[in-house]
Design a protein around this ligand. Structure first.
Ligand code: TYD
Ligand code: ZN
Length: 406
């Protein structure tokens, strides 16, 4: 079953089929699992523009509800990263008279709080109420809604044109990306930039990071596909920069055509993608075969550990855990609990696989022999924090880029 590309209307053919999955960030309450929402987690690539996208359509209201549990400030490394971005904007794009920056999906305000402290005009656009409230408490101005074409005009009328529109780990979530690009074009000033960073297809493929695929990730971006998308909607890709967050992300800078010089990095990354055959269907099919191998390796490791009588637990309950545990068929019989520092996830279950989420204190009080690091993109920070676990003989299980024990 082909679909039409959400960006260019071209034919999208399925390439990676991970089976039936619930929503990554659903985290149902125990006893509240009878009517879980499942959808086919199938990802395809557009024959024309090469955009990698989810085949299924999932209404955004079921994803970014008022209790949406993702908190960007949860990680010290991430908080520093976003403060650094704010500082860079303050030194570069926001130095003119009375500058204005808008952030799409401002979450708990980790980036804009730094902008607010500098006294610079800003607006967060965030539909999930709980995280929006957290950012308001930090002095950030927030508009509670989804960003699209219809949002641009009223925002521009009230605040004027934007010098910067920013988004992190949100733009690839938005199925109506075409409308976001149109809206960004309307809201940007003549020399304004639309900057966003999202998990990078090149890194996902390179590391077989199949767990980056879940309902919220409507797209997995590449430089080639973003350049094509920008062009289609009256913008120009002028810069790209690889960032280490989320297991490998790319930061894209879009501007109005001709407004900015195109940096050499754009051409360099396009050449790399060509060499990696990133725009080819066969590359994704090979990726899917490697994902199946990781699943088999992980299951056989867990089976042999259980046979030896070892105890196993999980560490970190990112949305990714929903994909891995459901794809691999890992449940509470193998992994009786997973700990996570996010209070709103604790006391709940991983959707579909129903592994209970507990606090890191419970993990410390019941250290297992082996801990599967589901938040593998935070490995450095977590292993530093949990040094005691390893010192007492605990071992970490990682499954990216392949299954290994450290
Ligand atoms: P993350 O990988 O950032 O997000 P996504 O849900 O998009 O995959 O999520 C990391 C999760 O790991 C988050 O739920 C918080 C948790 N976490 C801890 O429990 N302890 C930690 O020290 C860190 C850094 C994260
Ligand atoms: Zn397309």
């Amino acid at each position: 079953m082909d679909i039409s590309c959400r960006i260019c209307g071209g034919p999208v053919k399925a390439a990676v089929d991970l089976g039936s999955h619930p929503r990554g960030n659903a985290f149902p309450k125990p006893g509240d699992t009878s009517d879980e929402f499942f959808f086919p987690l199938v990802v395809g690539m557009c024959d024309s523009c090469t955009m990698v996208q989810l085949m299924a359509d999932i209404p955004q209201e079921v994803r970014y509800h008022d209790e949406y549990p993702y908190h960007a400030s949860n990680s010290v490394v991430h908080s520093r990263h976003f403060e650094g971005i704010a500082e860079r904007f303050l030194e570069t794009e926001l130095t003119g008279p009375d500058p204005f920056i808008a952030e799409i999906g401002s979450n708990d305000g980790v980036m804009l709080a730094r902008i607010a402290r500098a006294g610079v005009r800003h607006l967060g656009i965030e539909p999930s109420r709980q995280v929006a409230e957290m950012s308001r408490a930090r002095g950030v101005q927030v508009l509670s809604r989804f960003f699209d074409e219809s949002a641009a005009e009223p925002i521009r009328a009230e605040h004027g044109p934007a010098d910067v529109i920013f988004g992190a780990n949100v733009i690839a979530h938005i199925a109506h990306l075409a409308s976001v690009l149109k809206g960004a074009r309307q809201l940007l000033g003549p020399r304004g930039v639309f900057v966003f960073e999202e998990p990078y297809l090149g890194s996902v493929v390179e590391q077989t990071a199949f767990d980056i695929l879940y309902d919220e990730h409507s797209f997995v971006f590449s430089v080639r596909a973003i350049r094509a998308a920008a062009e289609l909607y009256g913008l120009e890709l002028v810069d790209v920069e690889h960032v280490e967050l989320h297991g490998g992300s790319m930061r894209y800078t879009l501007a109005k055509p001709g407004a900015r010089e195109i940096r050499p990095a754009v051409g360099e990354w396009l050449a790399r993608e060509e060499a990696q055959r990133l725009g080819e269907h066969a590359t994704l099919e090979e990726f899917a075969r490697r994902a199946a191998r990781v699943r088999d390796d992980l299951n056989s490791l867990l089976r042999s550990l259980r046979a030896e009588g070892k105890t196993i637990a999980g560490y970190g309950a990112p949305a990714k855990i929903t994909t891995v545990t459901n794809y691999c068929g890992i449940g509470p019989d193998t992994v009786p609990f997973v700990c996570d520092s996010t209070p709103s996830k604790q006391g709940r279950l991983v959707a579909g696989s129903h592994i209970p989420v507990v606090s890191p204190e419970v993990f410390a009080a019941n250290p297992p022999d082996y801990a599967i690091l589901f938040a593998w993109n935070h490995a450095g920070e977590i292993m530093r924090k949990e040094r005691e676990f390893a010192e007492r003989g605990g071992r970490w299980i990682l499954y990216v880029p392949e299954v290994h024990v450290v």
